[in-house]
Design a protein around this ligand. Sequence first.
Ligand code: ATP
Length: 350
Amino acid sequence: MAYLTVNDGVKQFATFRALNGVSIAVERGEFFTLLGPSGCGKTTLLRAIAGFNDLSSGSIMLDGKDLRAIPPHKRDIGMVFQDYAVFPHLSVFDNVAFGLKPRKVPAEQIKTRVAEALSAVHLQALAERLPAAMSGGQQQRIGLARAMVINPQLLLMDEPLSNLDAKLRIELREEIRDIQKRVDIATIYVTHDQEEALAISDRICVMSAGHIEQIGTPQQIYGDPQTLFVANFVGTLNTLVAGEGLSRLLADLGLGRAAAHWTVRPERLSLVESGATAPVGAVVVSGTVNKFTYLGREAHVLVDTAAGPVVVQVSNPALGAVRNPGDTVSVLFERNALMAFDADGKRLSL
Ligand code: ATP
């Protein structure tokens, strides 16, 4: 049995069902991320595990114990919040020591454990400072140290990087990942940022409207999405437009299967010389450039083709690789790059 399991979790708020039969199994030491759009139920699930709101039905087991039977303050869980939740009138040291006092840890041990936690988040030099004068990134490090210092059975983090600017988010997410691997505490992390989820997680659970769409490693979620929702939410996706052009493309690729949705990721398409012969398992389709967006390490070229408009991602665009609206270009479609989904959004194997 996994270390933490939620089995068939349901949460009903009056007439609204925020969780509709959710099951997850998290392993010891695992970094497990709940990813999904606003309102899909991530926070509701996290708060049920923390004990802030109970499930309407379903079970939550942690290391063989029924968590729902344990009041929140007795659960051995460290929590990190989006808004840091540090006490402005307490020093950094006292903020981190806060959780240890009710646990009756002797004063000497408090000193060493707080020092260790502060050193893990690189705040040892600021122990005597008041948080008010500190940056958002530093305040969140205090939050992280405070959650870890109790040496919990489980760490829960609810969008801890949301209030930070883009550069700091990336820095701190790397740090959180490193620290979590070092302390080896199973962690459930909530985010709506797909790139953050891919970068930080051992496994990702993609949620939508109170249910789970897919659970898998970042590679599985991105590279082998099982539903149209996952394929759209994680990464970008071209949806091909049904019609004669698409039918011809599918026939040329030897894809006879009828599907409701045909899609391809921009980075799986490429621009080739006009008149180029396609390798086996691929076809060249001509089109007209509609828009060229230069982004530095890549460019996005929107091309109108017979199978509808598609974005082609060009990596490391060379100086002079600019395409202008109206230019005729050739797009290489590879059979393996296409993903098909049925009318319910379920992935079809090709
Ligand atoms: P966000 O990223 O915006 O925090 P989320 O995925 O964490 O979104 P939840 O906060 O879990 O979403 O909320 C899920 C749904 O449950 C939302 O539609 C929300 O409005 C609803 N909800 C949450 N708490 C309550 C409540 N106390 N009463 C009624 N509805 C609630």
